[in-house]
Ligand binder design. Structure first.
Ligand SMILES: Cc1ncc(COP(=O)(O)O)c(C=O)c1O
Length: 372
């Protein structure tokens, strides 16, 4: 597709000014004839129970979906031990980030997040003319200590904080106590979004216990997704859990039928597919441990991960590593667009595909270094 440039514009209708500041999303790519390890999808495919439920909806596709996603909200409420009024279902958790900005960010208001993190926080804020204030990660982790200084008197008080935990793309996390300490310093009229897209993979006993945090701090909303562990990225289902008042405000700005009929049915079934969850986590754990050992042997730096991907320091331009790995049959993600020019992000995959990644990294280590 050709990009329209200023020169060949035909229409003279002025767009909103923010369009100039809105960066397009860079999705994980897949080179021909390679295995895709660039978008942190489930290497085992979709949850089998979800596929059955999805197919079963085929003859009902002339019907509008349930705009309130009642069955899915009930199932999620039961699963997480919260009430259905504390849940909103979105067209992926991406949509929920935009709804948060739509409901809470007035033009010119500040939104705080990390510099090296998921790009959709910036997108959603910019869309509603908010101002993003970013704090660089420290050792790959959210620098909550510096971020809490954003609330000092004198600077404009942030309206929303987006925390990605575990963080994409570093895979690192902040503990329950860290987040709790941070939340104590955040005023009650600032919304804190805990994006936990990878929480199901987190194995640390210190990983935040979101229900406890939500009970103490009504200004917290937690985002989760069916795109990762449940293998349903193509269907677009995410959800938020928070105080009923916050949820109600988000419901006010959502499209009436935001999540499709098949997507809702598949998500309900996926949630009940405990064995798929188990084998997916097991594969990920085995892969993570294997990678850690291999990377240490090879002497390559990486951040300790609580997720289904690894952020690896390749000590040369990331694009070179991506290209060598493609020749070994795997597509991984350059982190240059995240500001990490010598890092790649690799989804932990099936054993044979992890092996291809390590073969490629070994070869990369033997190639002469280019100047950066
Ligand atoms: C941290 C984080 N949050 C949210 C998402 C988006 O999830 P969804 O597919 O539910 O929109 C992703 C996707 O990669 C992610 O990495």
């Amino acid at each position: 597709m050709r990009t329209i440039t200023r020169m060949d514009k035909v229409t003279t209708i002025p767009t909103r000014a923010m369009l100039e500041r809105l960066n397009p999303y860079h999705p994980g790519k897949q080179a021909p004839d390679t295995v895709k390890l660039s978008s942190n999808e489930n290497p085992l495919g979709p949850a089998p129970a979800a596929v059955v439920a999805y197919r079963d909806t085929a003859n009902s596709l002339h019907r509008y979906p349930d705009g309130a996603a009642h069955a899915l909200s009930m199932a999620l409420a039961e699963y997480h031990g919260v009430s259905p009024e504390q849940i909103i279902v979105g067209n992926g958790s991406d949509e929920l980030m935009t709804l948060i900005a739509a409901a809470y960010v007035n033009p010119g208001e500040t939104v705080v997040t990390a510099a090296e993190t998921f790009s959709q926080y910036r997108f959603a804020t910019t869309l509603y003319d908010g101002v993003v204030k970013e704090y660089p990660v420290l050792d790959g982790r959210y620098d909550l200590e510096s971020m809490s200084r954003a609330f000092n008197a004198g600077s404009p008080r942030p309206k929303v904080v987006f925390l990605c935990n575990p963080n994409n793309p570093t895979g690192t996390f902040r503990t329950h106590d860290d987040i709790h300490t941070f939340l104590k310093q955040v005023p009650a009229d600032t919304l804190v979004v805990l994006d936990e897209a990878y929480a199901e993979y987190a194995y640390s006993p210190e990983f935040p216990r979101f229900r406890e945090l939500m009970t103490i701090f009504p200004n917290v909303i937690v985002l989760r997704t069916f795109s990762k562990l449940y293998g349903l990225a193509g269907l677009r289902v995410g959800y938020g859990m928070g105080h009923p008042e916050v949820i109600q405000n988000l419901l006010c700005v959502k499209q009436p039928f935001n999540v499709g009929l098949a997507a809702q049915a598949a998500a309900v079934a996926a949630l009940q597919d405990a064995s798929f969850r188990e084998i997916s986590i097991e594969l990920n754990t085995r892969g993570r441990l294997w990678y850690e050992q291999q990377l240490q042997e090879l002497g390559l730096g990486y951040y300790p991960t609580q997720s289904n991907f690894l952020c690896i320091h390749v000590a040369r331009p990331a694009v070179e590593a991506v290209s060598v790995l493609e020749q070994h049959g795997v597509s991984v993600r350059s982190l240059a667009s995240f500001g990490l020019h010598e890092h790649i992000r690799v989804t932990i995959g099936k054993e044979e595909d992890n092996q291809k990644v390590m073969n490629g990294l070994r070869e990369l280590g033997e190639l002469p270094r280019t100047r950066t």
